[in-house]
Design a protein around this ligand. Structure first.
Ligand SMILES: [Zn+2]
Length: 394
C-alpha cells in the first residue's frame, strides 16, 4: 500500500507534474510545501478527526503533543492563508501543492496503484470572495477538462450533492443550498452534460467529480472540484472587504489528476504502454548498424540529450533487425538508425514505433520534429503499422 516509484514511473509522474505546474502558473496559482505530519489539533479543527479516525493512522505522540500522518493537505493550506491579513484586493489566493497524504486502508481494500495507503494529490485550494466564486469554479472545471482532453480520455461529469441525512454533513443548510445551486448554474452555463448524484458530497461541501472510463470500461473517479463554506468558519479565515469589514472567503478544493498514483496507473492502461512522445520514459533509441558507427551514434545521442530528450543507445553486437524489434517491443516511440550513409552525410534514418520507416533527414530536421511533437504533446498515431501504411496509401 506504499508505492515505490521506479525510474520510468518517476519520469512519467514528474513529467505530468511539470505539465500541470506550468498550466497552474499560467492561471495564477502559487505553489506551497507543507509537512508530512501535522498537529492533531488541525484535524480536530477541520472536523476530519475523530470522524474519519478509522481511515487514518494512529497519532504519533511527541513531547506531550499528538501528530497525525497528514490525511489531507487542506488544513495546512488554510493555515497558510490565515497566516497574514488578507485584503479583497489579494483574492483569489490559489495555493497549490503536490502533497502526499496517508490514509489507513484495510489490507483487503488495497488495490494496485489505485487504492493505496500513501498517495500524492495534485491539490490546490482557492480562497475567493463570493462574487468571484462562479468564475473560479468555471476556470477549475476548464483546467480539469484541458488536462483530460490532453490524453483524449473520455470523462463523465457527476455533481455530487448532499442527501437528507443531516448527520453526514457540516455547516448550515443554507450554505449547502447556495453552493449546490452555484455549481449547477456554472455547469449549465458551460453546457456540461452531467448527472446529479445525491449523497456523494464530502462532509464540508458539494463537488463536481470527473469520472474516467479505463481501457476495459471500469470507472474511476479522478478529478474533483469542491465548494466549501464550512472550513472558512472552522479555521476563522477572513479577508478585509472594500467596506473595511472582515468577511469570510469561500474555498474551492480541486485536484484534476486526483491522485498521481491512480492517474498514472490508469494512464498506463489507457495508452497500453504506448505513451505519447512527451511522456515516454525513453523517447528515442539510437541504433548503430555495426561497431563502425558507434561513435556517430553517440554524437547523435548527445545532440538529442542536450536538447532535453530522453535517449538510449544500443551498441550491442547483434543484427540491426534485432535491435529494431527490441525497441519496438519496448514501445520506444522513435528509433534512429546510424550506418555508413548517415555517417557520411551527417543525416539520420528515422523509424516511428508501429509505423515503420519515416525516412532520412538531417539531424537538425529530426531534432526539430521531435521537439515539436513533445511541445504539442501530440498523441501517438493511431493504428498498427499495417493500418497506418494503408492510411498513407489512400
Ligand atoms: Zn482540500
Amino acid at each position: 500500500g506504499l508505492p515505490l516509484w521506479l525510474p520510468n514511473g518517476t519520469i512519467i509522474r514528474r513529467t505530468l507534474e511539470e505539465f500541470l505546474r506550468s498550466e497552474q502558473k499560467k492561471r495564477g496559482y502559487q505553489e506551497v510545501i507543507t509537512p508530512h505530519i501535522g498537529n492533531l489539533q488541525l484535524y480536530k479543527t477541520s472536523g476530519h478527526y475523530p470522524y474519519y479516525k478509522s481511515s487514518q493512522f494512529d497519532p504519533i505522540g511527541v513531547e506531550g503533543e499528538e501528530y497525525l500522518l497528514k490525511p489531507m493537505n487542506c488544513p495546512h493550506h488554510h493555515r497558510i492563508y490565515g497566516s497574514g491579513l488578507r485584503s479583497y484586493r489579494d483574492l483569489p489566493v490559489r495555493l497549490a501543492e503536490f502533497g502526499t497524504v496517508y490514509r489507513y486502508e484495510q489490507s483487503g481494500e488495497l488495490n494496485g496503484m489505485s487504492r493505496v495507503r500513501g498517495f500524492t494529490q495534485d491539490d490546490a485550494h482557492i480562497y475567493c470572495t463570493h462574487d468571484q466564486l462562479k468564475g473560479e469554479i468555471k476556470s477549475t472545471i476548464e483546467l480539469t477538462q484541458f488536462v483530460f482532453s490532453t490524453f483524449e480520455m473520455p470523462v463523465d461529469i457527476r455533481l455530487s450533492f448532499r442527501d437528507e441525512n443531516d448527520d453526514k454533513y457540516g455547516g448550515d443548510r443554507s450554505y449547502w443550498d447556495r453552493a449546490q445551486s452555484e455549481i449547477r448554474e456554472v455547469a449549465d452555463e458551460m453546457n456540461l452534460s452531467y448527472r446529479i448524484v445525491p449523497g456523494e458530497a464530502s462532509f464540508y461541501g458539494p463537488k463536481i467529480d470527473f469520472i474516467i472510463r479505463d481501457a476495459i470500461g471500469r470507472k474511476w473517479q479522478l478529478g474533483t472540484v469542491q465548494v466549501d463554506y464550512v472550513m472558512p468558519e472552522r479555521f476563522d479565515l477572513t479577508y478585509v472587504g472594500s467596506d473595511n469589514e472582515k468577511h469570510r472567503p469561500v474555498i474551492i478544493h480541486r485536484a484534476p489528476f486526483g491522485s498521481m498514483e491512480r492517474f498514472v496507473s490508469i494512464l498506463i492502461e489507457h495508452f497500453a504502454g504506448d505513451f505519447p512522445l512527451w511522456l515516454a520514459p525513453v523517447q528515442v533509441s539510437v541504433l548503430s548498424i555495426s561497431d563502425d558507427y558507434v561513435e556517430y551514434a553517440d554524437q547523435v545521442a548527445t545532440v538529442l540529450r542536450e536538447s532535453g530528450l530522453r535517449v538510449e543507445t544500443d551498441h550491442r553486437n547483434i543484427k540491426i533487425g534485432a535491435k529494431i524489434r527490441n525497441a519496438e517491443t519496448r514501445k520506444v516511440p522513435y528509433m534512429i538508425i546510424t550506418g555508413s550513409e548517415e555517417q557520411s552525410g551527417t543525416t539520420v534514418s528515422l523509424r516511428r514505433h508501429k509505423q515503420g520507416d519515416i525516412g532520412t533527414m538531417t539531424l537538425d530536421e529530426c531534432l526539430q520534429m521531435l521537439l515539436g511533437e513533445v511541445r504539442n504533446r501530440a498523441l501517438p498515431p493511431a493504428g498498427s503499422t499495417e493500418e497506418v501504411m494503408e492510411k498513407n496509401l489512400e
